[in-house]
Design a protein around this ligand. Structure first.
Ligand SMILES: [Zn+2]
Ligand SMILES: [Zn+2]
Length: 370
């Protein structure tokens, strides 16, 4: 079968032919892969910044944002059946008995760092025509989400973040008054930093939760991302016309910041404007550049005097995948055009080089695998 793979030792990227996987356990499931999304992680692997092939292999099949169709199941499989659409999870547990996270199915919080990730670290990914994996990593998706389900995995970033936000904010009286027709966070204001796929999907999740949502990004208006946001009722402010101070001024008390740029300077500058009882979520992974100066006194004063929380989040557990599938359905019901507008191109496997190495425009580009 064909797959898109990197060979880190010789710094190559290409379409390769590899042996078809086979069911090897009664709980195994075989997927015919339909689509894979291209994201910054894939591009960084293709730039050989990281990415580890499985033991004994020189090549790593890439791809972690995917959608497949079940074509064969082992004798003991109960979670899915032939014909189901599924989005597989990415991370697999570490082998250590003393890792309470992995031993309880929460490898997204692995303590040891010895987890593997399909398409990233130690396991082949999903940019292949067939994939076999255990049923416990499969998330069934309703058929009506066929055209957008490749967005489930990137949406899990926001879903895991929001699950944690609600958990953490339970420590204070943060609930909004119950109001008919309004979602639970209707009294709160959120800022999203960045209008890439993670930022836009995050904005959709925040709006669905009821947050008055502002997205702050570089590009001047008009632009396609601002158009998507206008359709969902979020406000777009460009860094070209608004300083962070002006942004904070138009928002009021900044209850939540969802960072989705990986730009550490911008993020730490933003922390200064986090409001009373505010919570700040980091999701980006910056490259290592030179140190920058931040006003640590001002930041620490705020953190203490305003009861603030700052946390980082990575990967996702089953709860976030399930929330993502549920919310994506709700997004499609409310804003079909905006959700469809996130996928800006579908390409054959042969087009992978431009998508992974070039500066392809658009929001989320997708590779068709079958
Ligand atoms: Zn990704
Ligand atoms: Zn672990």
């Amino acid at each position: 079968m064909r797959a898109i793979a990197v060979t880190p030792a010789s710094k190559q990227l290409g379409l390769i032919d590899i042996t078809e996987p086979k069911l090897s356990a009664p709980t195994d499931v075989m997927l015919r892969m339909l689509e894979a999304g291209v994201c910054g992680t894939d591009k960084e692997i293709c730039a050989f910044e990281y990415g580890t092939p499985p033991n004994g292999s020189g090549e790593l099949v890439i791809g972690h944002e995917s959608l497949g169709e079940v074509i064969e199941v082992g004798a003991d499989v109960t979670r899915v059946k032939v014909g189901d659409l599924v989005v597989p999870m990415v991370r697999r547990p570490c082998p250590h008995n003393d890792c309470p996270a992995c031993r309880s199915g929460r490898q997204d919080f692995c303590f040891t760092g010895d987890f593997t990730e399909r398409g990233i670290k130690g396991r082949h990914g999903f940019m292949a025509q067939l994939v076999v994996d255990d049923e416990q990593y499969m998330n069934p998706v309703p058929k009506n989400l066929r055209e957008v389900a490749v967005l489930v995995e990137p949406l899990t970033i926001a879903e895991k973040a929001l699950i944690q936000v609600w958990d953490v904010q339970q420590r204070l009286p943060w609930s909004c008054p119950v109001t008919a027709g309004k979602a639970q966070a209707h009294c709160h204001r959120a800022i999203v930093l960045g209008a890439g796929p993670v930022g836009l999907l995050g904005a959709m999740a925040l709006v669905k939760n009821g947050f008055d949502t502002y997205v702050y990004a570089r590009e001047p208006v008009p632009n396609p991302k601002a158009d998507v946001l206008a359709k969902i009722g979020a406000k777009y402010l460009s860094a070209e016309t608004h300083s962070l101070a002006a942004l904070a001024e138009s928002v009021g008390n900044v209850d939540l910041v969802y960072e989705a740029t990986g730009a550490s300077r911008l993020a730490f500058d933003m922390i200064q404007y986090l409001g009373t009882n505010g919570i700040f979520v980091f999701t980006g992974v910056p490259g290592r550049k030179g140190p920058v100066e931040v006003d640590t006194d001002a930041m620490m004063r705020n953190l203490v005097l305003k009861n603030q929380v700052v946390f980082g989040t990575v990967n996702a557990g089953r709860d976030a995948f399930e929330a993502s599938i549920r919310d994506l359905g709700a997004f499609v019901d409310s804003w079909p055009e905006a959700v469809g507008g996130l996928i800006t191109g579908r390409f054959p496997m042969e087009a992978h080089r431009d998508l992974l190495l070039g500066k392809n425009g658009g929001i989320k580009n997708v590779i068709r695998l079958n």
